[in-house]
Design a protein around this ligand. Sequence first.
Ligand SMILES: [Mn+2]
Length: 293
Amino acid sequence: MKDFIIIGHDNPDVDSILSGILLDRLMKKKGYSSSFIIPDKNIESDTLNVLNYLGIDVSSFQSSIPEDNVNYILVDHHDRVLPRMPYMIIDHHPDNKFVTDNEFYINSFSSSTSCIIGKMFENLLDRDDIILILVSALVDTASFHSKKTNPEDTIWLFSKCREFSINIDDYYKLGLCLTDLSDSNAMFHGLKKYHYKDKFFESSYIQIQDVHNSHEFINNALLKLMDYVKQNNLYLFAFIVHDMDFFSSSVFTVYSDYLTYKRYDSYISRGNNVVPSIYQAIDEENIIKIKRK
Ligand SMILES: [Mn+2]
């Protein structure tokens, strides 16, 4: 049997890393030969902070992706370019645009990829596994405030925490993941790049408290992003500001010479709200073009 290589997404976040570590642990418990690999050289500082809190040394997973004689398993994403089709995909970003004939393709509405994996191997879970699942779910859902939160996962996790005497309060604040605005690259926090039809676009987000005192940062960020869109010939850049006092969100859609702004009363999800609406806008634009021909 070939070795299994587990890989998360580019610029990995906490769920991408913890669900990879979790799947690796559980597959080893089942007797498979597996390794979790992080090909990225740089990990964002707030992700590192969470991993440090858990005592996880990320450098032990950092390496290039082996090409020969391995089966790939993708976690927390479904679109990495690899030498071969992945053996399995486990994700929680169903966008209806992705088509695959992959036999083992799981992409369901879940609080985190780690929740899906945890439920797949429920009778093998130990206390450390539950902590990995809890922390990645907290971070991915802004401590269960995001619309991406699946209530069934929350109930399931609470009962597991009770069973293993895990105090959720010890981890709750990790889930707020406040962005360090003194970091000169803060406006590219959580950067993701997309290619849909003939358009390239990118997005980032920040999670902040005391939004009213951050207007200067936001204004400067928007000006810089406008230049960035021009320089990189992007269709647009979606900059999302999450207000972690009120669990509400604002989306600034930056084009090369103007921007639009939309405020939401809830903490919205990039993968489930913002990106699908950009796909839809591109689709609608294409329909208009076809009609004009
Ligand atoms: Mn995730």
